[in-house]
Design a binder for this molecule. Structure first.
Ligand code: SAM
Ligand code: SF4
Length: 459
Protein backbone atom coordinates (compact mmCIF):
# COMPACT_ATOMS: atom_id res chain seq x y z
CA UNK A 1 0.00 0.00 0.00
CA UNK A 2 1.07 3.56 -0.67
CA UNK A 3 0.04 5.96 2.10
CA UNK A 4 -3.26 4.07 2.37
CA UNK A 5 -3.75 4.16 -1.39
CA UNK A 6 -3.88 1.18 -3.66
CA UNK A 7 -1.39 -0.60 -5.79
CA UNK A 8 -1.27 -4.20 -6.94
CA UNK A 9 1.64 -6.23 -5.61
CA UNK A 10 2.82 -8.33 -8.55
CA UNK A 11 4.58 -10.97 -6.45
CA UNK A 12 1.46 -11.56 -4.37
CA UNK A 13 -0.78 -11.91 -7.43
CA UNK A 14 1.64 -14.22 -9.19
CA UNK A 15 2.00 -16.41 -6.09
CA UNK A 16 -1.76 -16.57 -5.74
CA UNK A 17 -2.22 -17.58 -9.39
CA UNK A 18 0.38 -20.32 -8.95
CA UNK A 19 -1.06 -21.60 -5.64
CA UNK A 20 -4.64 -21.77 -6.84
CA UNK A 21 -3.75 -24.01 -9.79
CA UNK A 22 -4.07 -26.99 -7.50
CA UNK A 23 -7.40 -26.07 -5.91
CA UNK A 24 -9.45 -29.13 -4.98
CA UNK A 25 -12.79 -30.00 -6.58
CA UNK A 26 -14.44 -29.31 -3.19
CA UNK A 27 -13.01 -25.80 -3.13
CA UNK A 28 -14.14 -25.12 -6.69
CA UNK A 29 -17.63 -26.38 -5.81
CA UNK A 30 -17.76 -24.21 -2.69
CA UNK A 31 -16.84 -21.12 -4.74
CA UNK A 32 -19.39 -21.86 -7.45
CA UNK A 33 -22.09 -22.47 -4.82
CA UNK A 34 -21.31 -19.08 -3.33
CA UNK A 35 -21.44 -17.44 -6.77
CA UNK A 36 -24.80 -19.08 -7.45
CA UNK A 37 -26.16 -17.52 -4.24
CA UNK A 38 -25.11 -14.07 -5.65
CA UNK A 39 -22.79 -13.52 -2.68
CA UNK A 40 -19.85 -12.28 -4.74
CA UNK A 41 -16.33 -13.72 -4.60
CA UNK A 42 -13.02 -12.84 -2.98
CA UNK A 43 -10.00 -12.22 -5.18
CA UNK A 44 -8.71 -15.64 -4.09
CA UNK A 45 -11.92 -17.33 -5.27
CA UNK A 46 -11.55 -15.48 -8.55
CA UNK A 47 -7.98 -16.79 -8.95
CA UNK A 48 -9.27 -20.34 -8.47
CA UNK A 49 -11.97 -19.90 -11.13
CA UNK A 50 -9.55 -18.30 -13.57
CA UNK A 51 -7.32 -21.35 -13.23
CA UNK A 52 -9.86 -24.11 -13.65
CA UNK A 53 -10.38 -25.47 -17.12
CA UNK A 54 -12.79 -28.33 -16.61
CA UNK A 55 -15.76 -28.27 -18.95
CA UNK A 56 -18.16 -28.79 -16.08
CA UNK A 57 -16.79 -25.83 -14.15
CA UNK A 58 -16.78 -23.60 -17.25
CA UNK A 59 -20.41 -24.41 -17.90
CA UNK A 60 -21.33 -23.63 -14.29
CA UNK A 61 -19.51 -20.28 -14.51
CA UNK A 62 -21.48 -19.26 -17.60
CA UNK A 63 -24.77 -20.54 -16.21
CA UNK A 64 -24.29 -18.63 -12.97
CA UNK A 65 -23.30 -15.44 -14.84
CA UNK A 66 -26.46 -15.70 -16.94
CA UNK A 67 -28.58 -16.22 -13.83
CA UNK A 68 -27.10 -13.20 -12.09
CA UNK A 69 -27.76 -11.14 -15.18
CA UNK A 70 -31.36 -12.35 -15.39
CA UNK A 71 -32.15 -12.05 -11.68
CA UNK A 72 -30.41 -8.78 -10.86
CA UNK A 73 -30.47 -6.86 -14.15
CA UNK A 74 -33.39 -8.54 -15.88
CA UNK A 75 -33.53 -7.81 -19.60
CA UNK A 76 -32.44 -4.21 -19.21
CA UNK A 77 -29.41 -2.87 -21.07
CA UNK A 78 -28.45 0.73 -20.33
CA UNK A 79 -27.24 2.80 -23.27
CA UNK A 80 -24.67 5.58 -23.50
CA UNK A 81 -22.36 7.25 -26.00
CA UNK A 82 -18.82 8.56 -25.68
CA UNK A 83 -18.12 12.22 -26.47
CA UNK A 84 -14.52 13.07 -27.31
CA UNK A 85 -13.82 16.70 -26.52
CA UNK A 86 -10.05 16.86 -27.06
CA UNK A 87 -7.36 14.61 -28.56
CA UNK A 88 -4.37 16.65 -27.41
CA UNK A 89 -2.25 14.35 -25.30
CA UNK A 90 1.13 14.66 -23.63
CA UNK A 91 1.31 10.93 -22.85
CA UNK A 92 2.78 8.28 -25.07
CA UNK A 93 0.59 5.26 -24.33
CA UNK A 94 1.96 2.85 -26.93
CA UNK A 95 -1.47 1.33 -27.71
CA UNK A 96 -3.37 4.58 -28.35
CA UNK A 97 -3.95 6.55 -31.54
CA UNK A 98 -3.73 9.80 -29.55
CA UNK A 99 -0.20 9.10 -28.24
CA UNK A 100 2.00 12.18 -28.27
CA UNK A 101 4.40 10.71 -30.84
CA UNK A 102 1.66 10.39 -33.51
CA UNK A 103 1.92 13.39 -35.77
CA UNK A 104 -1.79 13.66 -36.59
CA UNK A 105 -3.37 17.11 -36.27
CA UNK A 106 -4.88 17.73 -32.81
CA UNK A 107 -7.93 19.66 -31.81
CA UNK A 108 -10.41 20.33 -29.09
CA UNK A 109 -14.03 21.26 -29.58
CA UNK A 110 -15.01 24.90 -29.48
CA UNK A 111 -18.17 25.51 -27.42
CA UNK A 112 -20.09 25.86 -30.69
CA UNK A 113 -18.75 22.52 -31.92
CA UNK A 114 -19.50 20.92 -28.57
CA UNK A 115 -23.10 22.09 -28.81
CA UNK A 116 -23.34 20.61 -32.33
CA UNK A 117 -22.01 17.23 -31.14
CA UNK A 118 -24.44 17.20 -28.22
CA UNK A 119 -27.31 18.17 -30.54
CA UNK A 120 -26.50 15.15 -32.73
CA UNK A 121 -26.22 12.82 -29.75
CA UNK A 122 -29.55 14.02 -28.43
CA UNK A 123 -31.05 13.42 -31.88
CA UNK A 124 -30.04 9.77 -31.52
CA UNK A 125 -32.01 9.70 -28.25
CA UNK A 126 -29.01 9.56 -25.94
CA UNK A 127 -29.43 10.77 -22.36
CA UNK A 128 -26.13 9.58 -20.90
CA UNK A 129 -22.66 10.48 -22.13
CA UNK A 130 -19.12 9.51 -21.27
CA UNK A 131 -16.92 12.57 -21.74
CA UNK A 132 -13.47 11.57 -23.03
CA UNK A 133 -10.26 13.54 -23.42
CA UNK A 134 -6.53 13.06 -23.75
CA UNK A 135 -4.32 14.51 -21.04
CA UNK A 136 -2.90 17.93 -21.77
CA UNK A 137 -2.98 20.59 -19.04
CA UNK A 138 -2.20 23.33 -21.56
CA UNK A 139 -4.63 22.55 -24.39
CA UNK A 140 -7.26 20.75 -22.33
CA UNK A 141 -7.12 22.14 -18.77
CA UNK A 142 -9.65 21.12 -16.15
CA UNK A 143 -11.38 24.49 -16.56
CA UNK A 144 -12.18 23.54 -20.18
CA UNK A 145 -13.52 20.11 -19.14
CA UNK A 146 -15.71 21.81 -16.52
CA UNK A 147 -16.98 24.33 -19.10
CA UNK A 148 -17.95 21.44 -21.38
CA UNK A 149 -19.83 19.65 -18.58
CA UNK A 150 -21.72 22.81 -17.61
CA UNK A 151 -22.58 23.53 -21.23
CA UNK A 152 -23.88 19.99 -21.82
CA UNK A 153 -26.12 20.10 -18.72
CA UNK A 154 -27.42 23.54 -19.69
CA UNK A 155 -28.57 22.42 -23.15
CA UNK A 156 -32.29 21.66 -23.45
CA UNK A 157 -33.90 20.42 -26.64
CA UNK A 158 -37.47 20.07 -27.73
CA UNK A 159 -37.47 16.33 -27.08
CA UNK A 160 -34.89 15.73 -24.43
CA UNK A 161 -31.54 16.56 -22.93
CA UNK A 162 -28.40 14.90 -21.65
CA UNK A 163 -29.16 13.91 -18.08
CA UNK A 164 -25.96 12.26 -16.93
CA UNK A 165 -22.37 13.09 -17.88
CA UNK A 166 -19.85 10.46 -16.84
CA UNK A 167 -16.25 11.55 -17.16
CA UNK A 168 -13.23 9.56 -18.37
CA UNK A 169 -10.23 11.86 -18.06
CA UNK A 170 -6.71 11.45 -16.71
CA UNK A 171 -5.87 10.94 -13.04
CA UNK A 172 -5.80 14.22 -11.13
CA UNK A 173 -5.38 15.68 -7.63
CA UNK A 174 -8.06 15.73 -4.94
CA UNK A 175 -8.91 19.40 -5.43
CA UNK A 176 -9.58 18.82 -9.14
CA UNK A 177 -11.84 15.88 -8.30
CA UNK A 178 -13.71 18.20 -5.93
CA UNK A 179 -14.39 20.50 -8.88
CA UNK A 180 -15.60 17.59 -10.99
CA UNK A 181 -17.94 16.60 -8.18
CA UNK A 182 -19.28 20.16 -7.98
CA UNK A 183 -19.95 20.02 -11.73
CA UNK A 184 -22.27 17.07 -10.91
CA UNK A 185 -20.60 14.39 -12.93
CA UNK A 186 -22.09 10.92 -12.83
CA UNK A 187 -19.39 8.25 -12.61
CA UNK A 188 -15.70 9.11 -12.69
CA UNK A 189 -14.19 6.48 -14.97
CA UNK A 190 -10.51 5.66 -15.25
CA UNK A 191 -8.99 2.53 -16.73
CA UNK A 192 -5.94 1.18 -14.99
CA UNK A 193 -4.87 -0.20 -18.39
CA UNK A 194 -2.64 -2.78 -16.62
CA UNK A 195 -2.14 -3.53 -12.94
CA UNK A 196 1.27 -5.05 -13.67
CA UNK A 197 3.68 -2.27 -12.78
CA UNK A 198 6.63 -3.19 -15.05
CA UNK A 199 4.26 -3.51 -18.03
CA UNK A 200 2.47 -0.31 -17.01
CA UNK A 201 5.73 1.60 -17.05
CA UNK A 202 6.74 0.04 -20.37
CA UNK A 203 3.51 0.92 -22.19
CA UNK A 204 3.40 4.42 -20.70
CA UNK A 205 6.98 5.45 -21.44
CA UNK A 206 6.56 9.18 -20.87
CA UNK A 207 4.20 11.86 -19.62
CA UNK A 208 2.36 12.09 -16.27
CA UNK A 209 0.58 8.79 -16.92
CA UNK A 210 3.95 7.02 -16.58
CA UNK A 211 3.55 7.34 -12.78
CA UNK A 212 1.93 4.04 -11.73
CA UNK A 213 1.19 5.06 -8.14
CA UNK A 214 -0.44 8.33 -9.21
CA UNK A 215 -2.73 6.31 -11.47
CA UNK A 216 -3.60 3.53 -9.00
CA UNK A 217 -4.29 6.13 -6.30
CA UNK A 218 -6.72 8.13 -8.48
CA UNK A 219 -9.92 6.57 -7.12
CA UNK A 220 -8.81 7.13 -3.53
CA UNK A 221 -8.41 10.82 -4.30
CA UNK A 222 -11.69 10.95 -6.24
CA UNK A 223 -13.61 9.33 -3.38
CA UNK A 224 -11.90 11.47 -0.78
CA UNK A 225 -13.12 14.45 -2.82
CA UNK A 226 -16.68 13.14 -2.48
CA UNK A 227 -17.20 11.44 -5.85
CA UNK A 228 -19.46 8.54 -4.88
CA UNK A 229 -19.42 6.48 -8.07
CA UNK A 230 -16.14 5.43 -9.63
CA UNK A 231 -15.69 3.11 -12.59
CA UNK A 232 -12.61 0.93 -13.11
CA UNK A 233 -11.34 -1.28 -15.89
CA UNK A 234 -8.25 -2.67 -17.52
CA UNK A 235 -7.32 -2.68 -21.17
CA UNK A 236 -7.31 -6.40 -21.88
CA UNK A 237 -4.42 -7.32 -24.16
CA UNK A 238 -1.57 -5.50 -22.44
CA UNK A 239 -0.61 -8.23 -19.97
CA UNK A 240 -1.73 -11.62 -18.59
CA UNK A 241 -5.53 -11.21 -18.31
CA UNK A 242 -5.75 -13.40 -15.20
CA UNK A 243 -3.33 -11.08 -13.43
CA UNK A 244 -5.43 -8.10 -14.53
CA UNK A 245 -8.69 -9.53 -13.21
CA UNK A 246 -7.07 -10.22 -9.82
CA UNK A 247 -5.71 -6.65 -9.85
CA UNK A 248 -9.21 -5.33 -10.48
CA UNK A 249 -10.63 -7.42 -7.65
CA UNK A 250 -7.95 -6.32 -5.20
CA UNK A 251 -8.61 -2.72 -6.17
CA UNK A 252 -12.32 -3.21 -5.63
CA UNK A 253 -11.74 -4.80 -2.21
CA UNK A 254 -9.46 -1.93 -1.26
CA UNK A 255 -12.15 0.65 -2.10
CA UNK A 256 -14.78 -1.39 -0.24
CA UNK A 257 -12.59 -1.53 2.85
CA UNK A 258 -11.65 2.12 2.77
CA UNK A 259 -14.84 3.79 1.52
CA UNK A 260 -17.53 1.19 2.19
CA UNK A 261 -18.22 0.79 -1.52
CA UNK A 262 -16.25 -0.56 -4.46
CA UNK A 263 -16.51 0.10 -8.20
CA UNK A 264 -19.89 1.35 -9.40
CA UNK A 265 -19.00 0.01 -12.83
CA UNK A 266 -16.28 -2.10 -14.38
CA UNK A 267 -15.52 -1.53 -18.06
CA UNK A 268 -14.18 -4.38 -20.17
CA UNK A 269 -12.21 -2.74 -23.00
CA UNK A 270 -10.12 -5.02 -25.20
CA UNK A 271 -7.22 -3.74 -27.24
CA UNK A 272 -8.14 -2.64 -30.80
CA UNK A 273 -5.81 -1.70 -33.66
CA UNK A 274 -4.77 1.96 -33.50
CA UNK A 275 -2.43 4.24 -35.40
CA UNK A 276 1.14 3.83 -34.19
CA UNK A 277 0.27 0.81 -32.01
CA UNK A 278 2.14 -2.51 -32.22
CA UNK A 279 0.23 -5.81 -31.96
CA UNK A 280 0.40 -7.16 -28.41
CA UNK A 281 1.76 -10.58 -27.37
CA UNK A 282 -1.07 -10.79 -24.79
CA UNK A 283 -4.02 -10.62 -27.19
CA UNK A 284 -7.13 -12.12 -25.52
CA UNK A 285 -9.23 -14.36 -27.77
CA UNK A 286 -13.04 -14.31 -27.77
CA UNK A 287 -13.46 -17.48 -25.75
CA UNK A 288 -11.18 -16.32 -22.97
CA UNK A 289 -12.67 -12.84 -23.01
CA UNK A 290 -16.18 -14.21 -22.45
CA UNK A 291 -14.90 -16.31 -19.59
CA UNK A 292 -13.18 -13.31 -17.98
CA UNK A 293 -16.41 -11.32 -18.22
CA UNK A 294 -18.37 -14.19 -16.67
CA UNK A 295 -15.94 -14.53 -13.75
CA UNK A 296 -16.07 -10.77 -13.08
CA UNK A 297 -19.88 -11.00 -13.15
CA UNK A 298 -19.78 -13.71 -10.45
CA UNK A 299 -17.27 -11.80 -8.35
CA UNK A 300 -19.15 -8.49 -8.22
CA UNK A 301 -22.80 -9.26 -9.01
CA UNK A 302 -24.03 -5.75 -8.19
CA UNK A 303 -21.41 -3.79 -10.13
CA UNK A 304 -22.50 -2.51 -13.55
CA UNK A 305 -20.42 -3.97 -16.38
CA UNK A 306 -19.75 -1.99 -19.54
CA UNK A 307 -18.91 -3.04 -23.09
CA UNK A 308 -18.22 -0.50 -25.80
CA UNK A 309 -18.30 -0.59 -29.59
CA UNK A 310 -14.74 -1.94 -29.47
CA UNK A 311 -16.56 -5.31 -29.60
CA UNK A 312 -18.45 -6.68 -32.62
CA UNK A 313 -22.25 -7.07 -32.65
CA UNK A 314 -21.86 -10.82 -32.30
CA UNK A 315 -19.56 -10.55 -29.28
CA UNK A 316 -21.77 -7.90 -27.69
CA UNK A 317 -24.73 -10.26 -27.88
CA UNK A 318 -22.78 -13.01 -26.14
CA UNK A 319 -21.37 -10.60 -23.57
CA UNK A 320 -24.82 -9.26 -22.69
CA UNK A 321 -25.87 -12.85 -21.99
CA UNK A 322 -22.84 -13.18 -19.74
CA UNK A 323 -23.68 -10.27 -17.51
CA UNK A 324 -22.93 -6.98 -19.26
CA UNK A 325 -25.42 -4.33 -18.15
CA UNK A 326 -24.36 -1.24 -20.14
CA UNK A 327 -23.31 -0.72 -23.76
CA UNK A 328 -22.46 2.23 -25.96
CA UNK A 329 -24.31 2.80 -29.22
CA UNK A 330 -23.68 4.77 -32.40
CA UNK A 331 -20.27 5.79 -31.09
CA UNK A 332 -17.56 7.92 -32.58
CA UNK A 333 -14.10 7.89 -31.00
CA UNK A 334 -12.80 11.04 -32.60
CA UNK A 335 -13.09 14.66 -31.69
CA UNK A 336 -15.97 16.15 -33.68
CA UNK A 337 -16.78 12.70 -35.07
CA UNK A 338 -20.56 13.04 -34.76
CA UNK A 339 -20.63 16.12 -36.96
CA UNK A 340 -18.07 14.51 -39.34
CA UNK A 341 -16.12 17.67 -39.12
CA UNK A 342 -13.20 15.82 -37.62
CA UNK A 343 -9.88 16.27 -39.31
CA UNK A 344 -7.76 14.46 -36.76
CA UNK A 345 -7.42 10.77 -36.07
CA UNK A 346 -9.62 8.37 -34.20
CA UNK A 347 -8.41 6.85 -30.96
CA UNK A 348 -8.76 3.25 -32.15
CA UNK A 349 -10.78 1.23 -34.67
CA UNK A 350 -14.34 0.29 -33.77
CA UNK A 351 -15.87 -3.15 -34.35
CA UNK A 352 -19.57 -2.27 -33.99
CA UNK A 353 -20.28 0.62 -36.34
CA UNK A 354 -24.09 0.34 -36.40
CA UNK A 355 -26.23 3.43 -35.93
CA UNK A 356 -27.67 3.95 -32.43
CA UNK A 357 -31.21 3.35 -33.78
CA UNK A 358 -30.16 0.00 -35.28
CA UNK A 359 -28.63 -1.11 -31.98
CA UNK A 360 -31.70 -0.06 -30.00
CA UNK A 361 -34.00 -1.98 -32.36
CA UNK A 362 -31.65 -4.98 -32.32
CA UNK A 363 -31.78 -5.08 -28.51
CA UNK A 364 -35.56 -5.23 -28.59
CA UNK A 365 -35.51 -7.93 -31.27
CA UNK A 366 -33.29 -9.91 -28.89
CA UNK A 367 -36.02 -9.59 -26.22
CA UNK A 368 -34.00 -7.02 -24.23
CA UNK A 369 -35.10 -3.63 -22.91
CA UNK A 370 -32.96 -0.69 -24.06
CA UNK A 371 -32.85 1.69 -21.09
CA UNK A 372 -31.94 5.37 -21.08
CA UNK A 373 -32.39 5.61 -17.35
CA UNK A 374 -30.39 8.14 -15.34
CA UNK A 375 -32.62 8.09 -12.26
CA UNK A 376 -30.34 6.70 -9.55
CA UNK A 377 -27.87 9.48 -9.62
CA UNK A 378 -30.54 12.16 -9.80
CA UNK A 379 -32.38 10.54 -6.89
CA UNK A 380 -29.19 10.42 -4.83
CA UNK A 381 -28.97 6.63 -5.09
CA UNK A 382 -25.19 6.68 -5.46
CA UNK A 383 -22.21 5.01 -3.81
CA UNK A 384 -23.09 2.82 -0.82
CA UNK A 385 -26.79 3.83 -0.98
CA UNK A 386 -27.02 2.40 -4.49
CA UNK A 387 -25.22 -0.79 -3.44
CA UNK A 388 -27.49 -1.27 -0.41
CA UNK A 389 -30.59 -1.03 -2.60
CA UNK A 390 -29.07 -3.30 -5.25
CA UNK A 391 -28.18 -5.95 -2.67
CA UNK A 392 -31.64 -5.80 -1.07
CA UNK A 393 -33.09 -7.16 -4.31
CA UNK A 394 -35.56 -4.26 -4.51
CA UNK A 395 -33.65 -2.47 -7.22
CA UNK A 396 -35.66 -4.19 -9.94
CA UNK A 397 -38.85 -2.53 -8.69
CA UNK A 398 -37.15 0.75 -9.50
CA UNK A 399 -34.99 -0.08 -12.52
CA UNK A 400 -37.56 -1.98 -14.57
CA UNK A 401 -40.17 0.82 -14.38
CA UNK A 402 -37.53 3.43 -15.16
CA UNK A 403 -36.26 1.40 -18.11
CA UNK A 404 -39.81 1.12 -19.47
CA UNK A 405 -40.46 4.87 -19.00
CA UNK A 406 -37.28 5.85 -20.82
CA UNK A 407 -37.87 3.34 -23.61
CA UNK A 408 -41.42 4.66 -24.08
CA UNK A 409 -40.09 8.21 -24.12
CA UNK A 410 -37.54 7.18 -26.76
CA UNK A 411 -40.23 5.56 -28.91
CA UNK A 412 -42.57 8.55 -28.66
CA UNK A 413 -39.83 11.07 -29.43
CA UNK A 414 -37.50 9.28 -31.82
CA UNK A 415 -39.14 6.04 -33.01
CA UNK A 416 -41.02 5.39 -36.25
CA UNK A 417 -44.21 3.35 -36.58
CA UNK A 418 -42.45 0.01 -36.95
CA UNK A 419 -40.30 0.70 -33.94
CA UNK A 420 -43.25 1.74 -31.82
CA UNK A 421 -45.25 -1.37 -32.72
CA UNK A 422 -42.42 -3.58 -31.53
CA UNK A 423 -41.76 -1.38 -28.50
CA UNK A 424 -45.39 -1.37 -27.34
CA UNK A 425 -45.56 -5.12 -27.68
CA UNK A 426 -42.42 -5.53 -25.58
CA UNK A 427 -43.62 -3.07 -22.94
CA UNK A 428 -46.94 -4.93 -22.67
CA UNK A 429 -45.12 -8.23 -22.21
CA UNK A 430 -42.87 -6.81 -19.51
CA UNK A 431 -45.78 -5.20 -17.63
CA UNK A 432 -47.67 -8.48 -17.65
CA UNK A 433 -44.75 -10.08 -15.86
CA UNK A 434 -44.52 -7.54 -13.02
CA UNK A 435 -45.95 -9.42 -10.02
CA UNK A 436 -46.07 -6.46 -7.62
CA UNK A 437 -49.56 -4.99 -8.19
CA UNK A 438 -48.66 -1.51 -6.93
CA UNK A 439 -45.62 -1.31 -9.19
CA UNK A 440 -47.63 -2.58 -12.15
CA UNK A 441 -50.29 0.12 -11.70
CA UNK A 442 -47.71 2.83 -11.24
CA UNK A 443 -45.98 1.79 -14.47
CA UNK A 444 -49.26 1.84 -16.41
CA UNK A 445 -50.18 5.28 -15.03
CA UNK A 446 -46.83 6.83 -15.86
CA UNK A 447 -46.71 5.33 -19.35
CA UNK A 448 -50.07 6.96 -19.92
CA UNK A 449 -48.71 10.31 -18.70
CA UNK A 450 -45.84 9.98 -21.17
CA UNK A 451 -48.32 9.38 -23.98
CA UNK A 452 -50.08 12.55 -22.90
CA UNK A 453 -46.87 14.53 -23.32
CA UNK A 454 -45.14 14.44 -19.93
CA UNK A 455 -41.44 13.64 -20.00
CA UNK A 456 -38.54 12.61 -17.80
CA UNK A 457 -40.58 10.52 -15.37
CA UNK A 458 -38.64 8.32 -12.98
CA UNK A 459 -38.82 6.78 -9.56
N1 SAM B 1 -6.92 9.89 -21.74
C1 SAM B 1 -7.50 9.36 -20.56
C2 SAM B 1 -6.84 8.10 -20.13
O1 SAM B 1 -6.04 7.59 -20.90
O2 SAM B 1 -7.11 7.66 -19.04
C3 SAM B 1 -8.97 9.09 -20.64
C4 SAM B 1 -9.69 8.64 -21.82
S1 SAM B 1 -8.96 7.61 -23.07
C5 SAM B 1 -9.65 8.63 -24.30
C6 SAM B 1 -10.00 6.18 -22.84
C7 SAM B 1 -9.41 4.82 -22.87
O3 SAM B 1 -9.26 4.36 -24.20
C8 SAM B 1 -8.05 4.58 -22.28
O4 SAM B 1 -8.12 4.50 -20.88
C9 SAM B 1 -7.62 3.28 -22.92
O5 SAM B 1 -7.87 2.17 -22.08
C10 SAM B 1 -8.54 3.17 -24.12
N2 SAM B 1 -7.76 2.91 -25.35
C11 SAM B 1 -6.71 3.59 -25.80
N3 SAM B 1 -6.22 3.00 -26.90
C12 SAM B 1 -6.98 1.91 -27.15
C13 SAM B 1 -6.97 0.89 -28.14
N4 SAM B 1 -6.05 0.86 -29.10
N5 SAM B 1 -7.92 -0.05 -28.08
C14 SAM B 1 -8.86 -0.04 -27.13
N6 SAM B 1 -8.92 0.89 -26.16
C15 SAM B 1 -7.99 1.86 -26.17
FE1 SF4 C 1 -3.54 9.99 -24.08
FE2 SF4 C 1 -5.40 8.50 -22.85
FE3 SF4 C 1 -4.55 7.88 -25.32
FE4 SF4 C 1 -2.94 7.59 -23.27
S1 SF4 C 1 -4.89 6.48 -23.59
S2 SF4 C 1 -2.38 8.52 -25.24
S3 SF4 C 1 -3.52 9.28 -21.96
S4 SF4 C 1 -5.68 9.68 -24.72
Amino acid sequence: MNGGEFYAEAEYIQRLLAETQTASDEEIDRILDKAERFEGLTHRDVAVLLNTESENCTQRIFRAARRIKEQIYGERVVLFAPLYISDYCVNNCVYCGFQYGNKTPRRRLSMEELREEVRLLEKMGHKRLALEAGEDPEHCPLSYVLDCIREIYAMKFQRGEIRRVNVNVAAMDTESYRLLKEAQIGTYILFQETYHRPTYELVHPSGPKHNYLWHTGAFDRAMEAGIADVGGGVLFGLYDPRFEVIGLMLHNEHLERKFGVGFHTISMPRLCPAEGAEPSPYAVDDELFLRLAAVVRLAVPYTGMIISTRESAEMRKKLIGTGISQISAGSSVEVGGYSSRANGGQQFELADRREASEIITWLMEEGLIPSFCTACYRKGRVGDRFMALAKSGNIKNVCLPNALFTLKEYGLDYGDERFNTLMNQIIEEKIARIDHEKVKNLVKERLHLLEEGQRDLFI
